[in-house]
Design a protein around this ligand. Structure first.
Ligand code: FES
Length: 105
């Protein structure tokens, strides 16, 4: 389902969007590189869309837990972390499948 216009989220930025009943942190990392993660950190509820992105990870702004943007897994312990979602961009619209991918939490 369409959740945003690609023009609303420049490269290097992220935004919380809603897809179905899910609040999702949508990251625009590179030209055609987008990631969608569950928006709330499983530690104490930090806002992952406000986290720091480095390469293919995001660090929670509250206590620095770090998650893979690709798998949602907690990087420091290689444990399940947050759910991830498929993203597709077409004709300037960003669509997210609200059903979590199988490799998420
Ligand atoms: S709430 Fe995210 S690391 Fe604590």
């Amino acid at each position: 389902m369409t959740v945003a216009s690609a023009a609303q989220i420049p490269i290097g930025e992220a935004k919380v969007v809603v897809a179905g009943s899910q609040e999702i942190a949508l990251f625009h990392v590179g030209e055609d590189e987008w990631y969608a993660l569950e928006s709330t950190c499983p530690h104490q509820g930090g806002p992952l869309a406000e986290g720091w992105v480095h390469e293919k990870t995001v660090t929670c702004p509250w206590h620095a837990w770090c998650f893979s943007l690709e798998s949602g897994r907690l990087v420091m312990a290689d444990m399940e972390g947050v759910a991830t979602y498929d993203v597709r961009v077409r004709d300037g619209d960003v669509a997210v499948n609200p059903v979590p991918r199988a490799n998420g939490a």
